[in-house]
Design a protein around this ligand. Sequence first.
Ligand code: 3SL
Length: 258
Amino acid sequence: MRPPKIDRTTPWVGVCLSPILINQFELKDSIVVIVDVLRATTTMCTAFDNGARSMIPVATLEEARDYKAKGFLAAAERDGEQIQGFDFGNSPFSFMNSSIKGKDICISTTNGTHAIKEAVDHGATEILIGSFANLSRLCEYVKQRGRNVVMLCAGWKDRPNLEDTIFAGAMVRSLRPDFHRFEDTALIAETLFRNANRRKRYFIRNSSHFHRLYHKLQIQKDVKYALRPDTHSVLPKLFGDRIYDLDGPYAKGLESDS
Ligand code: 3SL
């Protein structure tokens, strides 16, 4: 069978299955979508939908403590659990709270904020936050930009995971009509998504992080929440060291053509 002819000058779509593979991708002139469905990127989308002004992602607890000491609200999670002394852990439900309205919130999580740092350090042109919660809005924006796209799956401690790969596949499926070049990693994710789509929870229940959250921490409702599509029409994007919702009131005047 003859392969279809592809115009090699058009933008491509790739999926980086773990932050450790980031060197394999050319991120200059690319949009990088950070994916940590369980739970960091879902939680960030929830915080913006509940009125947060900005989120300041930091990789280490020391940095988070510095922000807290300066009077910022701060969220910190390691291995699924909230770190003592912080205002929040990493559950989307703790951000459904009027106390976060108009606030700048520092956040440090096991994998999600690490992935953001990797994207910054590797020179990504634009960095967005992706989850099922903002899937449609995110894809709409990415299509309109017409740039190369890399979904950077946060995974678990540099190992690929099921849930982030399934989400990346959902994005690939949505981008398919508008893009013509897909890396094999995008095809892998799309194939997985096609298998999992209508029974995501059933599919994911064998994954390692599901076990961690479900059995060890008993936070089943976070998992259920994180798999629901389009609950928040927000578009979190990194500007300097802070994430703002590009559609929200606090992003006005920020350079959108970066
Ligand atoms: O790794 C992360 O960034 C977190 O999302 C992990 S957890 O869902 O809070 O356990």
